[in-house]
Ligand binder design. Structure first.
Ligand SMILES: Cc1ncc(C[n+]2csc(CCOP(=O)(O)OP(=O)(O)O)c2C)c(N)n1
Length: 312
């Protein structure tokens, strides 16, 4: 491909998506409407700094959530879905991003630097992986059952510290899950242009177990991963899971330089479009409910005074 993006994204891997529980669908749609509203708020000048949405990738943390609970989750710059899948707290998160009262960490962190018991995110690529390893080693050395999850993107394999941490994690059998959201692009660089070999090959070089996930269907993903994650929790050492996914929106906002044909093809890949077509009644009811919920959260949070840590 000579480093260029394919003109169309990969097609959907399932002929039809599997049925979801109402709770899983509600969580997916909560994240989808939260992220859409955030882009609207950005366009309206309500968001200071920048923000990165996880549109398209919502199914990854929702699929992992029951398999990884309880876990300490380290998230990255594209972390709203990771937070919402774990806590389902759109008001606390939105207040943090907009710097309003009720913010999850006082308005000091914003979109990329969140902290809450059991959750921490950073906008510095790769920074979380050694920190996650430290927490995982603490769990192992104190005999506490548990799991630590670090989310990274494909582009973050350009950071050397990821390899140092993976080496130690394997040597010391740390209960660490590296959840890789490979959306085929890092800001504006197609993965093929920056990565020699593959993520699977890099995990294999350290003897680290690896699972590659092509599906966007939550029940299928959980069936595939349950065994390997249970083993990591029970002392089998770290696990790399690579999700082959797509970023529907821009890298942050207004900076999407992918070919128009590619962007047009994303609707056919998107779980949202395919689920709506396959399960219209369940979808319509929960979609409307979550859309309204986010609309009311936006109204409520915008009416609040600034938080202590907000900088305007
Ligand atoms: C150490 C460091 N270098 C550069 C950046 C700027 N930056 C933010 S996100 C990003 C691309 C990340 O790509 P990837 O890891 O694939 O995640 P994605 O954005 O695709 O989810 C870059 C270069 C950063 N945040 N940290």
């Amino acid at each position: 491909m000579n480093g260029a993006l394919a003109s169309t994204p990969p097609g959907p891997v399932e002929a039809a998506p599997g049925a979801l529980t109402d709770d899983d669908l509600a969580r997916l749609l909560l994240i989808r409407h939260f992220e859409r509203s955030l882009l609207d708020l950005f366009a309206a000048g309500e968001v200071s700094g920048t923000t990165h949405t996880c549109l398209g990738q919502e199914y990854i943390p929702v699929a992992l959530q029951p398999l990884t609970t309880p876990a300490f989750v380290f998230s990255n710059h594209r972390g709203h879905g990771h937070y919402l899948a774990q806590f389902g707290d759109p008001a606390g998160l939105l207040a943090e991003i907009l710097g309003r009262e009720g913010a999850v960490c006082g308005g000091y962190g914003g979109s990329q630097h969140l902290y809450r018991e059991g959750f921490c995110s950073t906008g510095v690529q790769g920074e979380s992986v050694p920190a996650a390893l430290g927490v995982a080693l603490h769990l192992r050395r104190t005999g506490k059952p548990g799991l630590v999850v670090a989310y990274i993107g494909d582009g973050t394999w350009g950071q050397g510290v990821v390899y140092e941490a993976l080496n130690m994690a394997q040597l010391w059998s740390a209960p660490l899950l590296l959840a890789v959201e490979n959306n085929g692009i890092a800001q504006s660089t197609p993965t093929e242009r920056a990565m020699a070999g593959s993520i699977a090959g890099r995990a294999a070089a350290f003897g680290v177990r690896y699972e590659g996930v092509e599906s966007t269907c939550i029940p299928t993903i959980r069936r595939q991963l349950a065994g390997a994650l249970a083993e990591t929790r029970c002392g089998a050492g770290p696990l790399v899971i690579e999700f082959r996914t797509e970023r529907l929106g821009p890298h942050s906002k207004g900076d999407d330089f992918r070919p128009a044909e590619y962007l047009a093809g994303l609707a056919d890949w998107d779980w949202y479009t395919r689920y709506a077509a396959r399960y219209p009644a369940q979808f319509a009811e929960i979609d409307a409910r979550q859309r309204q919920l986010i609309e009311s959260v936006v109204r409520d949070v915008l009416a609040r005074p600034l938080a202590a840590g907000a900088v305007r």
